[in-house]
Design a protein around this ligand. Structure first.
Ligand SMILES: *Cc1c(COP(=O)(O)O)cnc(C)c1O
Length: 367
């Protein structure tokens, strides 16, 4: 079994997707239209925000967010060290500088370590809800208020995740979403969006996504081509109607993993729990000091696994120019060496789940 199998998710609602594709193809209108507008309304409602603007990708949502907030050359943005590199590129494309903070035991930014990194150049915090686990938003919101910082959320992995009863994406100035096919709400191609309560920010995104133009051929700023197309928006609307079922299915798989995996060599993830917390299990990430042997063992037992992510951004070749050396972020680097994602996808059978659990439980490691 593969670590992820998107075809299974498609098969769950195949008839509805196929019907929508034909409907859009026959409509004669393909970019920014009725499907996009309706999806924007539905996604804003789902997130509990006033506005949503559809975009071409999650990375576009991130870099346009900092551009529109006026954060650029010489400004600093605080972000966790253990994230997908797109979070950091959203900052650096604008010439701003990422300031890395170590994660807590839930794989999100350690809120206790944010304030020591704030300088007079700090302009924003980027909170990443990695693996579908919400970041500690009450503390992060308070820090941003106290220090007059902007708050942007990277929700590419946290569709529907909640903290204190509120959806991720609704806490900050801007919530950035990716609908890349493997995400919890995945399209059938590239797609993204932002949500916000600020009317002016929403207006700016609409302008920037279309070459900086609000009125045809009147270009106010140097923008981007980051429009959402009707086909993806229509398909996202179909999937959104089933997102609750899809999330519950992930929760059930995670529950079985948490209850039935019993192996002292394997460190299980800790869901954030409380009154209003919801983890949406984009990935089910375990840690193992003998990761290479573990992954080989799983492979030998017919189970594919993946690493999210083997090289932390500060040690990536793309960021050589920032001058970081191994040892700068000890927790981040340890996680990068130990994390391993078990299969987690919609449409996984109970037998497959049992096979995965049994394979993990019979890993003995080497002495
Ligand atoms: C997927 C992802 C992105 C980027 O989204 P794209 O749509 O691929 O551009 C950004 N941040 C995180 C945490 C992601 O997982």
């Amino acid at each position: 079994m593969k670590a992820n199998d998107l075809g299974r998710g498609f098969e769950l609602y195949q008839d509805e997707y196929e019907k929508k594709v034909l409907e859009v193809l026959r409509s004669g209108w393909y970019v920014l239209g009725r499907e996009v507008e309706t999806f924007e309304r539905e996604w804003a409602d789902y997130c509990g925000t006033k506005y949503c603007v559809g975009l071409a990708s999650g990375l576009d949502a991130l870099w346009l967010a900092f551009r529109i907030l006026g954060i650029g050359a010489g400004d600093e943005v605080i972000v966790q060290g253990n994230t997908y590199i797109a979070s950091v590129m959203g900052i650096t494309i604008n010439g701003a500088i990422p300031v890395f903070v170590e994660p807590d035991e839930y794989y999100s930014i350690d809120a206790e370590r944010i304030e020591e990194k704030i300088t007079d150049r700090t302009k924003a915090v980027l909170a990443v809800h990695l693996y579908g686990i919400p970041s500690e938003m009450d503390k992060i919101v308070n820090i941003c208020k106290r220090h007059h910082l902007r708050l942007v959320e990277d929700c590419a992995q946290s569709h529907g995740a909640m903290y204190d009863g509120k959806m991720t994406g609704a806490f900050g100035d801007i919530g950035c979403f990716s609908f890349y096919p493997s995400k919890n709400l995945g399209a059938f191609g590239d797609a993204g969006a932002i949500v916000t309560d600020d009317e002016q920010i929403a207006k700016n995104f609409r302008m920037y996504r279309n070459y900086g133009s609000e009125k045809r051929y009147l270009n106010k700023v140097v923008g981007a081509n980051s429009r959402l197309d009707e086909l993806q928006a229509g398909l996202l609307r179909v999937k959104l109607q089933h997102l609750e079922e899809l999330t519950c299915e992930r929760e059930k798989i995670a529950e079985r993993y948490l209850q039935e995996i019993k192996n002292e060599i394997i460190m299980l993830p800790k869901p954030r729990t409380g009154n209003g917390e919801r983890n949406v299990w984009h990935q089910f990430v375990i840690r193992c000091r003998q990761r290479e042997a573990f992954m080989k063992h799983m492979e030998d037992n017919g189970v594919g696994t993946l690493i999210h992510y083997p090289i932390p951004p500060h040690l990536s070749e793309a960021y050589d120019y920032l001058g970081y050396k191994p040892g700068f972020l000890l927790i981040t680097e340890r996680y990068a060496n130990e994390v391993c994602s078990l299969p987690m996808f919609n449409g996984m059978t109970e037998r497959e789940q049992t096979q995965i659990i049994e394979a993990v439980n019979c890993f003995e490691g080497k002495e």
